[in-house]
Design a protein around this ligand. Structure first.
Ligand code: NBP
Length: 477
């Protein structure tokens, strides 16, 4: 009988295929399975020389080809297909085997699946995998959840195939059950915010300065050599510098301005609402995509709604470019601070004990939000957990240094009629967080007036209610 494979991958579309190749290239023997066996055959035909593959046609054959405890990676479309594969797989497995869902599952589904498989003596690992097609092949950032026991056998393999930065793998055990998929979801949410902020910076410079895409490509390329250095800034320069072959126009000008989404940004916001964590940056980014995708409404508004009565000139172009850079950086700190708050809140809610600094470490390579910036976040969590990333000394000072520029940019955008929901809401969040007093006191007063919801006082303990409809005396609530 042939040697048993060390790991199996079921689901060989772009992601599964590349993950299987990555495993094989790193010296692991990989059993292959896909519902439609043509994908299995084409993988072996095209890349069979990259390592040891064991192609199989049926799930029974696939399971029989694996050494025990079995490690079975499921890389199929998230949702019902994942449940279908798990349901078919589970009766074929033995106690102690590990099923790893590397798809983009909702963390609540992962919690449900983990509990169901645990009942049957199986480990279920929901692993977030970032970096798209290329990451899966060359080294993704991997965020595995599930039991610590399953990580002991799986971790070394995943750490080997993950991206490596300064000799450290971009993979760590995030925490039990759905922790890995939760962190991957927030990662994607932050990615939405990051992209929206970059898009606003582009819009400010394009509209506010009349800069051409080619000029902007140079500006973003320059920004990429400073604090903003990141994959997303790098590809922004590339996209802006690209010319459409068919029309000869700048590529960005021939692309329809309606952003699409697959849903992880929406999940992040929905979950944040449940946890009571303000993730305004991610929410604004998600809503900005939604707004862009309503052409009829935009058409009607364009015809009906006036903008500012006069153009707002920029007096010093270089100074404005630098202001926008600083505003982008400060807004980005806010978006990350909020995402980190969301992970901290979920960690407390579900008892995950997530090491937040380690999340920055594993996002430094292999994923879409990889950036120089993440080293600073890692440092911020090295010794203590700051109340907010914004108050960690490095970020506090960086944002303080840029805040006047940030205010000028948001004011300019408002006066010039350039929509900057990300920049503006980030600044509002910053100001709300640092405010001595918030108008929440007035909200409490109104709630007590119409609903007798009671309020607390600044000067003594307890809950109170004012008899608004009577003599307006105060009683205990
Ligand atoms: P898709 O999400 O396009 O899924 C295609 C795979 O699912 C094929 O192998 C297909 O089998 C299989 N499948 C389906 Br559809 N229904 C099935 C069922 N009922 N039973 C068994 N298999 C079924 O593939 P992908 O783009 O490679 O993504 C895989 C996972 O990775 C997804 O969860 C995705 O969200 C996640 N992800 C994707 C990216 C990315 O950049 N694409 C990045 C990070 C994570 P078939 O060949 O027989 O139709």
């Amino acid at each position: 009988m042939a040697d048993l494979a060390q790991i199996g991958v079921s689901g060989l579309a772009v992601m599964g295929r590349n993950l299987a190749r990555n495993l094989a290239r790193n010296g692991f023997s990989v059993a292959l399975h896909n519902r439609t066996s043509a994908r299995t055959k084409s993988l072996v035909a095209e890349h069979g020389d990259e390592g040891t593959f064991v192609p199989t046609e049926t799930l029974e054959e696939f399971v029989a080809a694996l050494e025990r405890p079995r490690r079975v990676v499921v890389m199929v479309k998230a949702g019902a297909p994942t449940d279908a594969v798990i349901d078919e797989l589970v009766p074929l497995l033995d106690e102690g085997d590990i099923v790893i869902d590397c798809g983009n599952a909702h963390f609540a589904d992962t919690r449900r699946r983990e509990a169901a498989l645990r009942e049957r003596g199986l480990h279920f690992v929901g692993a977030g995998v970032s970096g798209g097609e290329e990451g899966a092949l060359l080294g993704p950032s991997i965020m595995p959840g599930g039991s610590a026991e399953s990580y002991r056998t799986l971790g070394p393999m995943f750490e080997k195939i993950a991206a490596q930065v300064d000799g450290t793998p971009c993979c760590v055990h995030v925490g039990p059950d759905g922790a890995g998929h939760f962190v991957k979801m927030v990662h994607n949410g932050i990615e939405y915010a990051d992209m929206q902020l970059i898009a606003e910076a582009y819009d400010l410079l394009r509209d506010g300065l009349g800069a051409t895409p080619a000029e902007l490509a140079r500006i973003f390329a320059e920004w990429n050599s400073g604090d903003l250095e990141s994959f997303l800034i790098e590809i922004t320069a590339e996209v802006l510098g690209h010319t459409d072959a068919a029309s000869g126009s700048a590529f960005v000008d021939v692309v329809l301005d309606q952003a699409e989404q697959k849903g992880t940004g929406r999940w992040t916001v929905q979950t944040a609402l449940d946890l009571g964590v303000p993730v305004t940056g991610i929410a604004e980014a998600t809503f900005a995509r939604a707004l862009s995708a309503h052409p009829e409404q935009r058409e009607a508004a364009r015809a009906a709604l006036p903008g500012p009565s006069a153009a707002v000139p920029v007096e010093d172009r270089d100074a404005f470019v630098d202001d926008v850079r600083k505003a982008l950086y400060a807004s980005k700190v806010v978006a990350y601070a909020q995402g980190y708050d969301q992970m901290a809140a979920a960690s407390a809610e579900y008892g995950w004990d997530i090491d937040l600094g380690a999340m920055a470490t594993i996002w430094r390579g292999g994923c879409i939000i990889r950036a120089r910036f993440l080293d600073r976040i890692k440092d911020a969590y090295a010794t203590e957990r700051p109340a907010s990333l914004l108050v960690a000394p490095y970020f506090r000072d960086a944002v303080a240094e840029g805040q006047e520029a940030w205010r000028r940019v948001v004011a300019h955008a408002a006066r010039a009629g350039i929509p900057t929901p990300g920049f503006s809401s980030a600044l509002a969040y910053y100001d709300a967080l640092r405010a001595e007093r918030l108008p929440a006191a007035l909200i409490q007063g109104m709630r007590d007036y119409f609903g007798a919801h009671t309020y607390k006082r600044v000067d003594r303990e307890g809950a109170f209610h004012t008899l608004w409809g009577g003599d307006r005396s105060e009683v205990d609530g």
